[in-house]
Design a protein. Sequence first.
Length: 430
Amino acid sequence: MSEVILKRLSEMTDVFWLNDKYEPYDLTSEDGVFTIEDIKTTEERLMKFAPLIKQLFPETENSGGIIESPVERIENMQRYLNEAEGADLTGDLYIKRDDILPISGSVKARGGIYEILKYAEELAVEYNLIDVGEDYAQFVLERFRAVFNQYTIVCASTGNLGLSIGIMSAELGFKVDIHMSVDAKPWKKALLRDYGVTVIEHEDDYSKAVEAGRDEALKRKDFYFVDDEDSETLFLGYAVSALRLKRQLDEAGIEINSDNPLYVYLPCGVGGAPGGIAFGLKEIFGDNVHPVFAEPINSPCMLLGVLSGKHDEISVRDIGLDNVTIADGLAVGRPSKFIGKTVEKMIEGFYTVHDEALYKMLTKLWDTEQMKLEPSALAGMIGGYRLQSERPDMVPGTHLVWSTGGNMVPDDLWKQDYEHGLELLDKQSD
Ligand SMILES: *Cc1c(COP(=O)(O)O)cnc(C)c1O
């Protein structure tokens, strides 16, 4: 079986792989790296920082400084997809709007911002800066900034992680160096420079940019490296979304159980965001949630890593793929060092999607729902249809597409993608 999938991957034919390592989830198991307690501790830390976030980012006023996105029903899009796919999705289609997460408009506002806050807290403790009688809004005070300014945050990014880490770090007074891979869009670099961030451009892909960042940070003890290929802190920052999603579904009267399972479709790059979210969801919903990962046809690094069992020891280049895709947030050729090993038994399936399909769905999602996503964020949109054609026996349930970015994309650039999608749709109907 895996031979067939491998061949199709290297030939750039659409692939859906039902993961043969997928297992019933053992909530009592102690051999996992993390537990629900770790997720709760992470959420508590974010709560402590909420007064600070509210002060620094007025757009979080309404949510009391909590960085969260809504869940919305996308009935019109579902109707379009039913028609385009020639199949009725068995259950209701929803979208998780991380494309409009406050502060940086992508899923990276979860992990990236959390890791910076946690580090800031560590420094504040080390330097005895915290007044225990005050809330964490005190982190804006000069005595904090004076310390943070002696430290440099370093990270590598295809764009969005750099935005979330760059903006948060700069607001707290840190110096910031962001290593950008060749995929990173010029507007993301420009925006970061406006925040006073040093942007280091690389002609290479993501793995090389990470290496450069890690090398830079290793040299100095006043440098802190956010390691997207290996960060447990990022992972937990993403996992918190599961606690919040549970509350949102409860409020919407959607009960997840064996008669109404939750199917979740997650765009995957290096694996941290979808991996952390999938882990959180498994801790909350156990066997009643079925995570599925979506990757570009040119960058199926996690699929390849899990399927081959080689994880970060294999790159998509090893099977002849070039890792060039319009889905810049997913343009990663080699997966995280630990995500695949940590979550491989929790992911029901993996599939690939063509750039052209991303463009078309970008256009249609605007036309049907007036939602403005970036191409990467559409990778999960088709997941339910792909899954149900692989598994005709699956129990109908609630389908949730995780939208991962879009809000920060400048309108004129987004418009170009929209127009391109229109052209493709026109050609198809000719
Ligand atoms: C980073 C990113 C992802 C995937 O997250 P990983 O942690 O790299 O797997 C998905 N969508 C967008 C828009 C992103 O920026």
